[in-house]
Design a protein. Structure first.
Ligand SMILES: CC(C)[C@H](C(=O)O)[C@@H](O)C(=O)O
Ligand SMILES: CC(C)[C@H](C(=O)O)[C@@H](O)C(=O)O
Lengths: 352, 352
């Protein structure tokens, strides 16, 4: 980009995406000033597809690649929508960006803020603070789009989905997880299902064991994904850093969001660790078509994602200020129902 | 079998398997009399493999096939065990039986008994009773054992896992789910991830839509698996019958077990709906090597599985009596810590 300000591509997307992104950008401006970043909006998603027949053309993809980072809202039409084929936007836009920009580390912090209502009982909550990070692999596994359908629509239909896992892909996220744990509580938990998925599970386990040797100060353990879903509700305090594959990461981060007060609060970063493409920052939640357009979506996850963005862009102090403003806002306002805009306004006001 | 009593194969397996099966058989005898069934024990699992080098030979498999039903405890060595290769017992014994005996419907009821401590907050629990059934497909998907490893142990390793799904396999479990819902609260929820796994997800959705046409009285909806893990902790009352694939079913039934008081209480049936092979009854929990041999495992899940067995063998009244005895036992004794044997004794005593 010509300007020396970092340039950010903004992809509001579908459903509540545009509503929460608006608040996220408001908070970003409040934290760093209106002029800190060069923002370029990209109008992509269900509406764009219906109007143009394009999900993401090559030119737009190339333009996005030139930014320093991407802010994304949410992508995807209503599950029952007959106008937009299933997976078209998810695979053609969201996953396309994660894959094309080699965003290998999908970072998803899960933290229960004091004062947030949680579906967990006091017997679980009272055991201590819940604060962990899921390092989800973002560029392979069952998300590779590798599968097919034979004899579609007949009684003899066969549909396959192939999970593709490479030593290259696994090692870089496992390294990231151990490095991260070394800055936190020195514990990595691998979540997989190696007793059934012996090939992929074997690869993940061996790489974790190898990488662990370079981190004698970090302990590591293992949970089958089914057992992990139990621990997330009975003993979430046991986790520091979880490392897992793309699909298991998708599943457990939604559950992690639920136990830490709802995915309305869960931010995420899709990091291109090699640094040759832009990283992307988005809330964990989806486009929530059922509540879209009503101004009731919680923008907190999108706002917290801006803290992840700032940390990635080398502005940790500003990132901390956003985290603190979010935390204070949650502590003082959780019992009052507020609109999307009111939440954004309150957090922005605390920052300026 | 030569006797006219139904013949049951008993496979206690590993870890806590033998401990809980002992109590399950005690309760079965109390409910139906010592002579009601012809029991044959099969000594299979980690120990058997270490001694003989065989997981399950063809002869034993053929012998098992001749029984009317199988009672299984749990299978699998400790995750960190270096003596038993990962997946050997799970794939060679447990999954082998499910697949060889075409146990297509893996039925997993989830019910929160009054008085059972749950990790969920009163705000969730107080909304109403939690009582649903997961119909998990048992013979295909990622459990097909279809995958491989290339360049193992090198920096260029590639490991694949293939999910195989057929119209034949999906339709029979979806039909089972709708039939079951028609005897309950008339609602089926398909859980999948069709926005990413478009091939397999497309197949599941189309079949659900087709089968639904034959059941105008049963409503149906859809949840992505990630959203389902949220609903299980925030609104488990929304479910009546869940139908899902093998891996998603594995994951959500453990979570369902956790929210309904722990997988120590969760029974399961692996039903061969065609009726040409024995069905198999087992607790949802695994072999729990960490607590094995200490007499502290909860045998309730294995005991409740006997109710599923009796219902399958056409003895619904006896099945109901076990369910009632379990329910009464839980209601009156949940606060007292009891040994495995004490729980079995109490439930058996209530039945005789
Ligand atoms: C929208 C969907 C494709 C996406 C995913 O499965 O990764 C979402 O659930 C997420 O977790 O970011
Ligand atoms: C032991 C394991 C192979 C098994 C499975 O994954 O099906 C278990 O978790 C279960 O749910 O019955």
């Amino acid at each position: 980009m010509t300007s020396d300000r970092p340039s950010i591509a903004v992809v509001p997307g579908d459903g509540i995406g545009p509503e929460v992104v608006e608040q996220a950008l408001k908070v970003l401006a409040a934290a760093c000033g209106e002029q800190a970043f060069d923002l370029t909006h990209y109008d992509l998603g269900a509406q764009h597809w219906l109007e143009t027949g394009e999900v993401l053309d090559e030119e737009t993809l190339a333009a996005l690649a030139r930014h320093d980072a991407i802010v994304l809202g949410a992508v995807g039409a209503a599950p029952g929508s007959s106008q937009v084929p299933s997976g078209l936007l998810e695979r053609g836009l969201l996953l396309k960006l994660r894959f094309a920009f080699d965003q290998d580390v999908n970072l998803r912090p899960a933290r229960l803020y004091p004062g947030v209502p949680t579906p967990l009982a006091p017997s679980v909550i009272d055991r201590g603070p819940i604060d962990f990070v899921v390092v989800r692999e973002g560029t392979e596994g069952l998300y590779a789009g590798n599968g097919g359908t034979l004899r579609k629509g007949t009684a003899h239909e066969v549909a396959t989905e192939v999970s593709v896992n490479t030593a290259f892909g696994v090692e870089r996220v496992v390294r990231h997880a151990f490095d991260l744990a070394a800055t936190r509580n020195n514990k990595v938990t691998l979540v997989h299902k190696h007793n059934v998925l012996v090939n992929a599970g074997g690869l993940w386990r061996r790489i974790v064991d190898q990488v662990a040797q370079d981190h004698p100060g970090v302990e590591h353990d293992y949970l089958h994904v089914d057992a992990a879903t139990i621990m997330l509700v009975t003993d979430p305090q046991r986790f520091d850093v979880i490392v897992t594959d793309n699909l298991f990461g998708d599943i457990i981060t939604d559950e992690a969001g639920a136990v830490t007060g709802g995915i309305g609060l869960a931010p995420s970063a899709n990091i291109n660790t090699a640094g040759d493409f832009p990283s992307m920052f988005e809330p964990v939640h989806g486009s929530a078509p059922d509540i879209a357009g009503r101004g009731i979506a919680d923008p907190t996850a999108a706002i917290s994602s801006m803290a992840l963005l700032l940390r990635h862009l080398g502005r940790p102090a500003d990132a901390d200020r956003i985290d603190e403003a979010v935390s204070a806002d949650i502590a003082s306002n959780r019992s009052t129902p507020r609109s999307t805009g009111q939440i954004g306004d309150a957090i922005a006001a605390a920052l300026s």
